[in-house]
Design a protein around this ligand. Structure first.
Ligand SMILES: [Zn+2]
Length: 199
């Protein structure tokens, strides 16, 4: 009798282990459409495997990491913007869970630790010297260019104006999220948020 209990207990443990493993695998899968928001947090120990150092101008020579394909896409965006006399600086890229804990001030301004779209390494904050990371960017040639051209490089404005009730974030014309060219174009043309696109 005791043996049967031991077998059942082992089976239950095995099932739990298998379930945990599949959850971790889903988290690790590099999915450019991965939705991270206040309803869809990311596990605190998640860190993308393909982070690279951003070697394109950053603000005050900050050391910033981002996923490799995102850097390649951003490099193309940066160089084409430069041809139009628009100069962007990377303000932030990947943020680890522990760093998020440090900077967390207000839920409506920065994400709560574990809820940050910066933790998946697919988001960049783009700085322009005149206005920095403020709503005013949306009115400047830099912000207007970014809004209408980011999708050509696979990026979307993740928190657009007028969609605050859907994204649960204020308008952030500086925050771009990589989703790949195909999806970015559809999201841009449909005037959608990632939430609406994934519905
Ligand atoms: Zn951001």
């Amino acid at each position: 009798m005791k043996n049967i209990y031991m077998i059942i207990l082992s089976l239950v443990l095995l099932i739990i282990l298998l379930l945990l493993k599949s959850t971790v695998e889903v988290n690790i899968k590099n999915n450019y459409l991965q939705l991270v928001n206040k309803d869809n947090p990311i596990s605190s120990n998640y860190e993308p495997s393909n982070l690279v150092l951003v070697n394109i101008p950053t603000i005050i020579d900050k050391t910033i990491y981002i996923c490799d394909p995102v850097l390649q896409a951003y490099e193309e965006l940066y160089l084409n913007a430069l041809e139009k006399n628009i100069k962007f600086f990377v303000f932030s890229g990947f943020r680890s869970f522990s760093y998020q804990e440090e900077i967390f001030i207000n839920e409506y301004i920065t994400a709560r630790p574990g809820y940050s779209k910066h933790q998946i390494g697919l988001a960049l904050d783009i700085y322009t010297p005149d206005v920095g990371l403020t709503e005013a960017l949306g009115e400047l040639p830099e912000g207007i260019w970014l809004e209408h051209h980011a999708h050509e490089y696979g990026f979307i404005i993740r928190y657009p104006k007028g969609k605050e009730d859907i994204t649960k974030y204020v308008y952030e014309p500086w925050h771009i999220r990589y989703v790949g060219k195909h999806h970015a174009r559809k999201i841009y043309e449909g005037n959608l948020t990632l939430e609406e696109y994934l519905e």
